[in-house]
Design a protein around this ligand. Structure first.
Ligand SMILES: [Fe+2]
Ligand SMILES: [Fe+2]
Ligand SMILES: [Fe+2]
Length: 413
């Protein structure tokens, strides 16, 4: 399995940008504005490249819509450090992206505080982290000019007010040299127009095109998938570790089912990222304790389609999107999002579906407590008798139920 790092990061951060729900692509805009300012400063290509990645990844610690709202509606928010720390932790555990951890850690810290020195943070990383902060806050002020489909051209003559506001914070929130570069970059219409929702993804792809493609091996690809799975799982206290544990269980079942080699890694990634589309669902719905309304159900139902699209983009040419994106299809043909018939649902997708249900039942949910292993099995048997789940796969689970339960819950492993 060979995956390009650039390609996977661009696609997976698209899911990260979903957290905005109504207003997506925040990360991409921050990346592009930061890159324009870095170039204006005359930074070396390698540093410009880092800024672009750090911009896309800067909010990888944010999966809750509420938190995203706080961060994008006020210029400074007292709770902003939590996602910086989470982001740093996730990135440090992902070798191909660990280099960006310090930039993400310090991207909401005032320049005047950074100036006092942060142990272990180099002068260039200090400036880069502050640049992400500046581009991030510039995007907050740009937001009123953005709609889902277009950038309001008013920004082209009203931008001086945005720049004046940020310049007023020079030396306090932001490094004076970065503010000066922003002032020079912002007079170009393209600085703003590249942020148009119609173009922002294309401009990102273009900006990365000059890079040499960095191929990831399976170990690094798994680490990358784990990073995004952690972001998804952090969305709700009820889904903590859900994706991680579904992946472990899926791999265990796949092995018993005779899969081997690269396919095992691929199915583990499918397990890790099957719910990545959930980043687009507000946590008020995910966490809701009682029955959900028809409208809320419709919102939840789009997540597996969103997962499919993201996975197709991130892992082109591999079956990961099908294996992960079909976890709510069933053998009766009444599942979603494609109402596939049994013959159109591959064995690997059936494995992910069984692991998903098994793990969800063995975890506390807002509307019920965790079930004991016997209760989980009774539910699975019932779904199998009803014709929804693959009886052979459920048979494998039955024979290994205690081990499956340990893997799904992390208890007694
Ligand atoms: Fe942030
Ligand atoms: Fe799901
Ligand atoms: Fe799930």
């Amino acid at each position: 399995m060979k995956i390009s790092l650039q390609h996977a990061v661009v696609s997976l951060t698209r899911a990260l940008d979903f957290v905005g729900v109504d207003e997506i692509s925040h990360g991409k805009r921050v990346a592009l504005m930061a890159l324009a300012i870095a170039r204006e400063c005359g930074w070396a290509d390698g540093d410009c490249h880092d800024v672009l990645y750090a911009g896309m990844l800067h909010d990888c610690g944010v999966s809750r819509v509420q938190e995203h709202r706080q961060l994008t509606e006020t210029l400074e928010w007292s709770g902003s450090q939590a996602h910086c720390l989470r982001g740093e932790e996730y990135l440090l555990d992902c070798p191909p992206l660990a280099r960006f951890a310090p930039l993400v850690r310090w991207h909401h810290t005032r320049w005047e505080s950074l100036q006092q020195g942060v142990p272990g943070l180099s002068a260039s990383d200090t400036l880069m982290a502050n640049l992400i902060f500046l581009a991030d806050r510039c995007d907050v002020l740009l937001a009123p000019y953005l709609s889902a489909s277009a950038l309001n051209s008013d920004v082209l003559f009203e931008y001086p007010a945005i720049i004046e506001r940020l310049a007023g914070l020079s030396g306090v929130l932001f490094a004076p040299e970065l503010i000066n570069a922003l002032q020079r970059a912002a007079i170009r219409e393209s600085f703003w127009l590249q942020c148009d929702p119609a173009y922002v993804n294309d401009v990102i792809v273009e900006s990365l095109a000059a890079d040499e493609l960095e191929e990831l091996g399976s170990k690094d690809t798994l680490a990358l998938a784990r990073l995004f799975a952690r972001t998804v799982d952090a969305k709700s206290i009820y889904t903590l570790e859900h994706s991680t544990r579904v992946a472990i269980l899926t791999r265990f079942l796949a092995q018993l089912d005779g899969m081997s080699g690269d396919a095992l890694e691929e199915i583990e990634i499918a397990g890790l990222l099957h719910d990545i589309g959930k980043l687009r669902v507000a946590e008020e719905i995910v966490d809701k304790p009682g029955a959900i309304s028809t409208a809320e159900r419709a919102i939840i139902k789009r997540h597996s389609y969103d997962s499919t699209r993201i996975l197709k983009m991130a892992f082109p040419g591999l079956p990961i999107a099908d294996w992960g994106g079909m976890h709510h299809e069933n053998l009766l043909g009444t599942g979603y999002p494609a109402h596939r018939e049994a013959r159109q649902i591959p064995r690997e997708a059936r494995l992910v579906a069984v692991a998903d249900i098994f793990q969800a039942l063995s975890q506390d949910r807002p509307y019920r407590g965790r079930l004991a292993v016997g209760e989980v099995m009774a539910e699975l048997e019932q779904l199998t008798t009803a014709g929804r789940l693959d009886p052979e796969i459920v048979g494998i689970v039955r024979e290994n139920q205690d081990r499956c339960y340990a893997l799904a819950t992390g208890v007694g492993q």
